[in-house]
Design a binder for this molecule. Structure first.
Ligand SMILES: C[S@@+](CC[C@H](N)C(=O)[O-])C[C@H]1O[C@@H](n2cnc3c(N)ncnc32)[C@H](O)[C@@H]1O
Length: 586
């Protein structure tokens, strides 16, 4: 044999039998195992079928890998070539290095000074080039001590199966699918700038137990390119500590959104991204403090802005805080971030002492307070209108084509009636509201071009004399949840008394699901009712049915609306209704 310099031959570098066995095992595994089996093998034994399907639909097996301990990585390449594989140039990756460093407590300083090299050699299978063997190499001088090397040989901690996403944009979706109950745990990851490509983001997952070959259950998900947000989320583990922190700091995010709404940042950004200085100039806010606010609004837990170079742009969520946006939620942000935020601070008293939190904080029950505070009342009424995307569903899910008249009881600013007028050109309407709210309803219905078809009735829905009589359809939307059972019965009886034998009643509420862990937001709104109404509460479908029954209505149907809302359709029980005595006929 010659050396390179003198032409003499050098002995060909050789792998140990053990290293050869490891590589052969991975090679054989890849040749004999289909995608579904490979994925199933590394997931927990009872992983849900949808999880396996999510991976196999969007990914292909890219490689399987193992760690070996050669004195010279050239021996690995030679071995791979001898077995008909085509090894690529080795590259030094940080993902496995960091994992080994963590596992064997290699200090940061040693890592920085070049200890612990892990070279990765990929070799595609000649008969299936979509799959590769990945051989990770750690040499005897690479910084791992003997007990660590022994442990690695014995436990094969680094054996794994890697799948590659066909659409790298789905990385977060797949990550979320894997983190569902029954799935593996997040187990590190990183970004490897593979030479000649855009690099690859690697998310690792781990499950208890061993695969059928005795490997640990390790899965790598690869996505071409750099996906920093997803990676950071993955590295933070989404463990209980972080999940709890996210919730405990939710109030801070609420306040950041409130200030964003207050400063009308979304309106300023509606035409395009702006720098921090530009936003500071437009709002008169000091640049440093503006910068801190903007950064918080960019945080994924808030997600209202996104940085674009030196500027900030609105996300879909942030856009909804623009006052001029047709689907604006700006007033809702101001209401939940201010008036109804302060009252929530008295929740402990509300739970422990049976006092009414809103009244504790403001000295008056909510609707009396709103009566006496016009600015807050206008905010409340506009916010209610903004939180009503489901109004447009009502005309779709309930056929009102046979109705001539509709009365909305406690109809706020008339937003629902305006939708119904848009859909049914011959419909005539009545709206009963507190006297101080009637002006807002008049303005809104006028602006929507429907005022001439609507009768506005100032009064109280608990007073039977005020409820418009003889309507074909009565609507009670987001009213019953504001009140205790006794007041609900008074409202429903007043409506029943005004209805005809053929009237229909639509009750629009957000019913409490039977399962407390159901993702419907109703349980949270129930607390909101406890805080911000006297005797208010969300109710189960059964509780609504029984209230309606007691007031003389019979439920005939229930249909879901957006945002966990639902419309219950009831009819008057003929013998008990007033049969059209005209008090304020629609
Ligand atoms: C939660 S808001 C719902 C408004 C509207 N139905 C909606 O869904 O957007 C409750 C409404 O009940 C009105 N209200 C409260 N007490 C009332 C009363 N005694 N008589 C009539 N309306 C009342 C309030 O002014 C407010 O507009």
């Amino acid at each position: 044999m010659k050396s390179r310099s003198d032409g003499a031959l050098t002995p060909k570098a050789r792998l140990s039998d053990d290293d050869e066995r490891r590589i052969r095992e991975v090679h054989d595994y890849l040749r004999s195992t289909g995608d579904i089996d490979a994925v199933t093998d590394v997931l927990p034994p009872r992983a849900p079928a949808e999880m396996i399907e999510a991976i196999t639909t969007h990914c292909v097996v890219d490689h399987a890998g193992c760690l070996v301990f050669p004195t010279d990585p050239a021996a690995v390449r030679a071995f791979l070539r001898d077995h008909g594989l085509h090894p690529l140039r080795p590259f030094t990756g940080s993902v496995v290095r960091d994992r080994l460093a963590g596992r064997y407590h290699v200090q940061e300083e040693r890592l920085k000074s070049g200890f612990l090299h892990v070279r990765s050699i990929h070799a595609r299978l000649p008969d299936d080039p979509s799959r590769a063997v990945e051989v990770l190499c750690v040499g005897p001088d690479d910084g791992l001590d003997l007990p660590a090397l022994r442990d690695e040989r014995l436990e094969k901690h680094e054996n794994h199966v890697a799948v590659r996403l066909t659409d790298p944009g789905r990385l977060e979706d797949l990550r979320s699918a894997l983190l569902r109950p029954g799935g593996p745990r997040p187990d590190g990851g990183g970004y490897d700038p593979v030479p000649g490509e855009d690099g690859v983001t690697v998310l690792r997952f781990h499950a208890d137990g061993r695969t059928r070959l005795g490997w640990p259950r390790r899965l790598e998900v690869l996505a071409a390119g750099r996906h920093t947000d997803v990676l950071l989320r993955h590295l933070s583990g989404d463990g209980a500590e972080r999940r709890l922190l996210r919730r405990l700091t939710g109030a801070w995010g609420t306040q950041a959104l409130r200030v964003m709404a207050d400063l009308e940042l979304a309106d300023h950004l509606a035409e395009g991204p702006l720098t921090c200085t530009e936003l500071g100039d437009r709002t008169g806010v000091d640049a440093d403090r503006m910068n801190r606010l903007l950064r918080a609004l960019c945080h994924p837990w808030v997600g209202a802005l996104t940085p674009v170079g030196e500027t900030y742009a609105l996300t879909d969520l942030g856009r909804r805080l623009a006052g001029r946006s047709p689907d604006s939620m700006r007033h809702l942000a101001l209401l939940y971030g201010d008036l109804l935020y302060r009252s929530f601070c008295a929740l402990p008293e509300g739970i422990k002492d049976d006092v009414q939190p809103f009244t504790v904080v403001y000295g008056q029950p909510p609707f009396e307070y709103l009566r006496d505070h016009p600015r807050e009342r206008r905010l409340f009424t506009r916010a209610m209108a903004e939180g009503s995307a489901f109004f447009s569903d009502v005309a779709t899910v309930v056929d009102l084509s046979g109705a001539r008249t509709v009365a909305d009881i406690g109809g706020g600013d008339g937003g629902l009636l305006a939708h119904l007028c848009d859909t049914y050109p011959n419909l005539r309407c009545a709206l009963l509201e507190r006297p101080e709210v009637i002006g807002a309803a008049r303005d809104n219905l006028d602006a929507r071009g429907h005022l001439d078809r609507c009768t506005l009735v100032p009064g109280s829905f608990t007073d039977a004399r005020d409820v418009p009589t003889g309507a074909d359809v009565y609507i009670v939307a987001r009213i019953l949840h504001d009140w205790d059972d006794q007041t609900c019965l008074a409202i429903l009886r007043a409506v029943h008394g005004a209805a005809t034998a053929d009237s229909t009643l639509l009750v629009i509420e957000r019913p409490l699901p039977d399962d407390p862990a159901d993702p419907s937001v109703s349980s949270l709104w129930d607390l909101h009712m406890l805080v911000n109404n006297v005797g208010g509460r969300e109710r189960s479908r059964e509780q609504y049915r029984s209230l309606l029954d007691e007031a003389g209505f019979v439920v005939v149907d229930e249909r879901p609306l957006r945002l966990d809302m639902s419309v219950t359709i009831a009819r008057t029980v003929a013998s008990e209704c007033r049969s059209g005595r005209p008090v304020r006929q629609v």
